[in-house]
Design a protein around this ligand. Structure first.
Ligand code: M6R
Length: 595
């Protein structure tokens, strides 16, 4: 998804800071980059398609005068990635520059009208209507802020917008609707950005603008106003994420750093127990149904919620994909608790579902990004404590989401035994990380595979799905996760000699049956990688490869632990392939703000 930054500094050049900040949003997935500053009634503009490093080498993005400006990384939606379609976009007089994240749904109609009024368009983007509209309204005598307010009456869709104008030196105006935008207050420097990593180095006092509010950055401070031009006294939140947390810290990639941070992410999330207990106390007795809603990896975490809450707390629980929510959730009522799981707290599909659920039901969001839209729109919030996750593939936020779900389910059911088991999970994960060479060796063997299968039963089934997703997204190898018992109902036809099948075999009631499934695929020539407990090693001798895990990890807590070798396997296969960057898989974005 696109990323935007804007800044106003005192007596400093904005371009180097904008370049540094926008580079921290690379993880969002992008194809083009651009910066605009203004000085002496002139917009300086440098932009092109390509990676930031390449474009900087070609255009020297740092070398621009001006102490305020805006920057953008683009993830193409309307029009190919090329120089003309890159942001910032300008009006015809080159006095206004705009960056935008999101989609202007009625851009075609607006464009037609503007063309009728004599405006000429250069790009194929939806965004270009904004500088022309600003131009039109400013020519009626409005300042940039009020012109932007007027633009919001005309455009439909989702947006975070930042704009500058040569007639208003030292000013950046910005707004948002259904796209993330935060405001950072530093020492004599003020920022707007799509996400924290962009500004952590410069500002940690944060304001969260609501939908439609207009932010104005000046050299002397920040003003936030509502749609009627009233100044709003916004709460300032100081966040405890450090700039180092958003750096690689000596690791080759964010993904492997984040895999290695999973022990801390779990420990930190366990500190939320008191908050979770309060939420449980308020809700208990008042709900007779739970519905989880999420996308991607967060959906896989949600599936574990069903396996825990139904048997432990006896409350019927369903899990829905957020993008399908509006078609399937027709029977919500005030006794239903709808739980939204999200790393970013900004995923458009999940946010839409949250708005629908808020009308009838109780809503709880389990979210990692502090101050994100979901944390402000849900009635109850559990904040996972994974810290910033930069790699597009969710790893430490997944285990943190699971930890929050285990806490919630354990406290709801009053299951102290389960809760105490969580304490040792970080140690089990560290044992696996110490054995990562074993996985590295396996990756050499498996890197040429074209298809992978992952099998798990019961609690291990969502882990199989998540393992397959990790493989697909960062190695571009086809992988499918199946409920082990489902294989014989169709997919077994695909199993052939040499196809890798990863079988998850945590100790517990499901082990015996999953062993039969292992035999089914082995008999058809599959290369089985068995992952199970050390004590059960003898049972796995038919597997081609074996990876062993601490005996204390039973099938109930296995989801928190058995995912780690699967993450490592995907990571090592990815980095063994030429041209594959596990942190920025092709076609994917970290935060998906369009439906
Ligand atoms: O921010 P969210 O958790 O709401 O994002 C949902 C999915 O886009 C996300 O989990 C995605 O599947 C992962 N990045 C994949 O690793």
């Amino acid at each position: 998804m696109c990323g935007i930054v804007g800044c106003v500094l005192k007596e400093k050049k904005a371009a180097p800071i904008l370049l540094d900040s926008i580079s921290k949003l690379e993880y969002r997935g992008y194809d083009s980059v651009g910066i605009a500053t203004a000085v002496d009634r002139k917009i300086n503009l440098k932009k092109d398609a390509g990676k930031i490093k390449e474009v900087d080498k070609k255009l020297d993005l740092k070398d621009m005068e001006g102490s305020f400006g805006i920057a953008h990384v683009r993830w193409a939606t309307h029009g190919d990635p090329n120089k003309t379609n890159s942001h910032p976009h300008l009006n015809m007089d080159r006095t206004i520059a705009v960056v935008h994240n999101g989609i202007i749904e009625n851009s075609a109609e607006i464009k037609e009208e503007l063309i009728g009024e004599g405006y000429k368009f250069k790009s194929e983007t939806d965004t270009e209507v904004i500088p022309h509209l600003l131009d039109k309204y400013m020519k009626t005598g409005l300042d940039l802020e009020n012109a932007l307010r007027k633009v919001l009456d005309v455009i439909h869709g989702s947006y975070a917008i930042a704009a500058i104008c040569v007639d208003e030196p030292g000013r950046v105006v910005a707004t948002r609707k259904d796209s993330p935008l935060i405001v950072g207050i530093g020492h004599d420097e003020y920022f707007v950005a799509s996400d924290y990593p962009a500004i952590l180095k410069y500002a940690r006092d944060i304001i969260f603008p609501e939908q439609g509010e207009i932010v104005v950055l000046n050299p002397d401070g920040v003003t936030v106003k509502d749609e009627y031009d009233n100044v709003i006294n916004k709460e300032v939140t100081t966040i405890n994420w450090s700039p180092e947390m958003a750096e690689k810290g000596g690791y080759d990639h964010f993904m492997i750093k984040e895999i290695n941070e999973q022990d801390t992410a779990i420990q930190n999330t366990l500190t939320q127990r008191e908050n979770v207990q309060q939420i449980v106390d308020e809700l208990k007795g008042d709900i007779n149904r739970v519905v989880f809603v999420a996308c991607g990896t967060s959906y896989h975490a949600s599936l574990i919620g069903k396996y825990l809450i139904e048997p432990l707390a006896g409350i019927p629980t369903e899990v829905l994909l957020a993008s399908e929510f509006k078609y399937s959730a027709r029977t919500l009522d005030e006794k239903t608790l709808v739980i939204f799981i999200s790393q970013s707290g900004e995923t458009a599909d999940t946010l839409k579902a949250l708005d629908i659920a808020n009308e009838t039901s109780k809503t709880l969001a389990i979210v990692n990004v502090v101050g994100s839209s979901m944390t402000r729109r849900a009635q109850y919030v559990i904040q996972t404590q994974a810290g910033p996750e930069i790699g597009v593939a969710a790893t430490k936020t997944y285990v943190s989401q699971l930890t929050a779900i285990y806490l919630f389910a354990g406290l709801l059911a009053g299951d102290e035994e389960l809760l105490s088991k969580l304490e040792k999970v970080p140690d089990y994960i560290n044992e696996i990380l110490k054995d990562c060479d074993v996985i590295k060796q396996l990756s050499v063997k498996y890197r040429y595979a074209k298809d992978f299968f992952y099998l798990g039963r019961g609690y291990a089934y969502p882990t199989a799905l998540e393992g397959a997703l990790k493989l697909k997204e960062i190695t571009y190898i086809h992988g499918e996760g199946y409920a082990a018992g489902e294989l014989k109902h169709g997919p077994l036809a695909l199993i052939d000699k040499g196809i890798p099948v990863v079988v998850l075999l945590p100790p517990g009631d499901n082990l015996e049956k999953t062993m039969s499934n292992l035999e089914e695929v082995r008999a058809r020539g599959a290369d089985v990688l068995a992952i199970g407990a050390r004590k059960d090693k003898e049972q796995f001798t038919h597997a081609k490869d074996i990876f062993l895990i601490n005996d204390e990890v039973d099938e109930i807590i296995a989801p928190l632990v058995y995912i780690v070798p699967l993450q490592l396997l995907s990571y090592y296969v990815a980095i063994s392939k030429e041209g594959v960057d596990p942190d920025k898989p092709k076609n994917l974005a970290k935060c998906v703000t369009v439906e």
